[in-house]
Design a protein around this ligand. Structure first.
Ligand code: GAP
Length: 460
């Protein structure tokens, strides 16, 4: 959602800092180190689709795991779910997506390029060819991607790739509460792919046509506690970003004004991060009333109310939703972790290093292990043995080569701890452990490594 902002929550927001890094630098680092690549690049790519490389795949998985851990595993009132991407087309009629999931599209008659009307910086002027008076009137463009199901490609076979995961939860509400034996207040969570045919995908992996959402749908009884419950979820999500070290001065929770939210919603908050180009939405948290269940009951004719055994009454629970983009959160972790800093060595020589200060739970690799010299088999073997012994407890990587370059590479991929196996190791079974952020080096006995690293890195 893009909205005019008139209130801000955190003091630092009124003076946003200069970007520490450009998106071009982030994209170059992501490609160089194997975080993200444009999809099908060998054929020239396809706009709005991205692939996650070996490190990016772990980074995104860690982000999803962190969300799942806090939202599902550490609570006893949220159950897991995983619905299909393609659903009955009527789902999207009931949800309102067929009628209203539109962006305004304008064409340039001169260069033939298409734009989202609200993405045109100078009204009436084409952002690509610069001509004025060549843009068409805005018209509605539905963002749902279509496909066909089965061997016929006629209109009866037409289906949509889901534009959000939430509807899979709503249509299954009864199946889930009955089988999980839950009663409101309780939540249903899922992480999965969603698809939107964005008119102008861009800003690297920020606006894509295929992306992943982590959605929590929390159902509460209509007993007057719904707004307090919504506020508790906003607080829980604030805590989550803080727990994973996202800089508070680059994060804001914008409370939607009554005219900015749907008529049935009592409250809404957009979580936004200060990207190099400005504020961008990561998540929306919304009080949705009974709108979604009501809409599906009306169109399907099926009962999705909760039956309360105790009072023998039926009611439609109120819904609190938290919907976070996992690709945007992954991008946030990358941008937020980025530092390009000057370091001074023992001889007073200044050099620059790029370091990603990931939270240890988010870092793709937690411990790098290297031999001091790769042509010394006894060092190589010892380093490999140590790396293997740590693998159960941490995400590890063995590497070898020039020492300076090894550290530089691990800093650039955000590895919090690096272990150097040297000649002393062969004699006294100790290693050097270098801390990514302080670059302090400790000598640690190899049989103490799991405890030493565990204290610094937490659980795997
Ligand atoms: N069920 C509610 C819902 O889908 P939304 O605000 O449209 O709400 C939730 O989407 C989140 O999904 C957004 O805050 C964003 O992080 C992510 N998202 C939406 N469109 C996206 C896109 N084109 N590319 C990447 N992430 C997107």
């Amino acid at each position: 959602m893009t909205l005019a902002r008139n209130t801000v929550e955190m003091a630092a927001e009124s003076s946003p800092q200069q970007p520490r890094v450009s998106m071009e630098e982030i994209a170059a680092l992501a490609k160089r180190r194997g975080f993200m690549f444009g999809s099908s690049e060998i054929y020239g790519g396809i706009g709005g689709f991205f692939d996650y490389g070996p490190l990016g795949a772990i980074l995104k998985r860690n982000v999803k795991n962190a969300w799942w851990r806090a939202t599902v595993e550490l609570r006893d009132d949220v159950v897991a779910f995983d619905s299909s991407i393609i659903m009955h087309p009527q789902t999207w009629v009931a949800s309102g997506h067929v009628a209203a999931f539109h962006d305004k599209l304008v064409d340039c008659r001169n260069c033939k390029h298409r734009f989202r009307a609200d993405h045109i910086p100078t009204p009436g002027k084409c952002p690509d060819c610069g001509m004025t008076g060549t843009l068409t009137e805005p018209r509605d463009f539905n963002l749902m991607l279509k496909t066909s199901v089965g061997p016929m490609e006629d209109s009866a076979a037409m289906a949509y790739l889901r534009p959000e995961t939430a509807q899979g939860i709503f249509v299954n509400f009864k199946n889930i509460y009955q089988t999980a034996r839950k009663r409101p207040p309780f939540g249903i969570a899922q992480i999965g792919k969603s698809f939107r045919n964005e008119i102008t995908p861009g800003n690297f992996t920020y606006r894509m046509r295929e992306f992943e959402q982590a959605e929590l749908e929390y159902f509460v009884p209509d007993d007057g506690n719904d707004v307090a419950c919504y506020e508790a979820w906003v607080a829980a999500r604030k805590q989550w970003y803080a727990d994973y070290g996202v800089r508070p001065e680059r994060l804001r929770f914008y409370e939607l004004l009554p005219h900015e939210r749907p008529h049935y919603a009592k409250a809404g908050t957009d979580v936004e991060y200060l990207f190099p180009w400005g504020w961008g939405e990561l998540e929306s948290i919304a009080h949705r009333g009974t709108y979604d269940l009501d809409a599906h009951m009306q169109l399907s004719g099926k009962d999705l109310q909760f039956f309360d055994e105790a009072s023998k009454s039926h009611y439609t629970p109120i819904l609190i939703e938290s919907s976070a983009g996992m690709d945007r959160t992954t991008l946030t972790m990358l941008v937020d972790a980025y530092e390009n800093e000057t370091i001074v060595d023992d001889a007073g020589k200044e050099t620059r290093r790029v370091v990603l200060r990931f939270h240890p739970q988010i870092a793709p690799i937690q411990v790098g292990v290297f031999p001091l010299a790769r042509n010394k088999p006894e060092l190589v073997e010892r380093a490999r043995t140590i790396e293997g012994s740590l693998r159960r407890s941490f995400r590890t990587q063995y590497d070898e080569g020039n020492v300076g370059q090894l550290y530089r590479r691990q800093d650039e991929i955000g590895t919090p701890a690096c272990i150097m196996v040297d000649y002393e190791t062969l004699g006294d079974a100790t290693v050097t452990v270098r801390d990514r952020d302080t670059m302090r080096q400790d000598r640690v006995a190899t049989d103490q490594l799991v405890g030493y690293l565990g204290e610094r890195l937490g659980e795997r």
